[in-house]
Write a protein that binds this ligand. Structure first.
Ligand code: GAR
Length: 214
C-alpha cells in the first residue's frame, strides 16, 4: 500500500499506545532525542487510562497525550472510531503498542492494516496470547524450565500476539531468576533494543516496505 500525502515532510509519524509504566515509551523518547529513530517522529501518545507513569513520561518529554478509555464508549466500534479520529487528526503513519493492554477492534485494525506493531516479552509464538502480559510470560517461561527467552516485535492482527514476526532477540534465563528479575533483563537486553530498531527500520522502508511516502 502506498501512502500518498500532500506533506512536504517525509518523516514517518508515530503514535505510541500505552497502558502502564511506559518503559518502552521512554526508550523511544530517548532514542528520538539521540537521533536514533531515523526519519521517524514521535507525534502523540494515546493512554488507555489516567494515572499511569507512561503519561508522566510523555508529559516530561513534551509529547501530547490523549486519554481514550474504552469504557467511555458504547461498544468496540465506537471506541475504534474515536482512536481512528484521533490518529487521522495528526496524520499518523505508524502505531506502536508499547505495553498497551486494551483490545483493538477489527475496524481499527483494518483502518491501519500493516501499520500497527506490538512489542511482546517472549519469543513468540511461545508464551503469547490473551492473558500473557506483565509478569505472566516470564512466570510461564520459568515454569516451563526454558533456558532462553526474549522479546518479539510483530505486526498486530485481530488476535493477540499472532501477527507476522518482524524482529526477535533472545535473552538467557539464569538459574536464580524470578519472574521479576527476568522481566527486567528482557526489558533491558531485548525490548529496549528491539523497539527503536523496529521503528528505525520501518522508517527506512525495511521491515514494512509498504509504508513508504511519495
Ligand atoms: C512490556 O514488557 C511489554 O513488552 C509488555 O508489557 C510491558 C509494558 O511495560 N507487553 C505485553 O505483555 C503485551 N502483550 P512498559 O509499560 O513499562 O513499557
Amino acid at each position: 500500500m502506498m501512502v500518498t500525502s500532500p506533506r512536504a515532510d517525509q518523516s514517518l509519524r508515530v503514535a505510541i499506545f500505552v497502558s502502564g509504566g511506559g518503559t518502552n515509551l521512554q526508550t523511544l523518547i530517548d532514542a528520538a532525542k539521540m537521533g536514533d529513530l531515523g526519519s521517524a517522529k514521535l507525534i502523540k501518545v494515546i493512554a488507555s487510562r489516567p494515572g499511569i507513569k507512561a503519561i508522566e513520561r510523555a508529559q516530561l518529554a513534551e509529547l501530547p497525550v490523549e486519554i481514550i478509555r474504552k469504557n467511555d464508549f458504547a461498544d468496540q466500534n465506537a471506541y475504534d472510531q474515536a482512536l481512528i479520529h484521533s490518529l487521522k487528526a495528526c496524520d499518523i503513519d505508524l502505531i506502536v503498542l508499547a505495553g498497551f493492554l486494551t483490545r483493538l477492534g477489527s475496524r481499527f485494525i483494518a483502518a491501519y492494516k500493516d501499520r500497527i506493531i506490538n512489542i511482546h516479552p517472549s519469543l513468540l509464538p511461545e508464551f503469547g496470547g490473551s492473558g500473557f502480559y506483565g509478569l505472566k510470560p516470564h512466570e510461564a517461561v520459568l515454569q516451563a524450565g526454558r533456558e532462553v527467552t526474549g522479546a518479539t516485535v510483530h505486526l498486530v492482527d485481530e488476535t493477540y500476539d499472532t501477527g507476522r514476526i518482524l524482529l526477535q532477540k533472545k535473552v538467557k534465563v539464569m538459574p536464580e531468576d524470578t519472574p521479576e528479575t527476568l522481566q527486567k533483563r528482557v526489558m533491558r537486553e531485548a525490548e529496549q533494543e528491539l523497539l527503536p530498531e523496529a521503528v528505525r527500520q520501518i522508517a527506512a522502508g525495511k521491515l514494512l516496505p509498504e509504508i513508504t511516502r511519495v
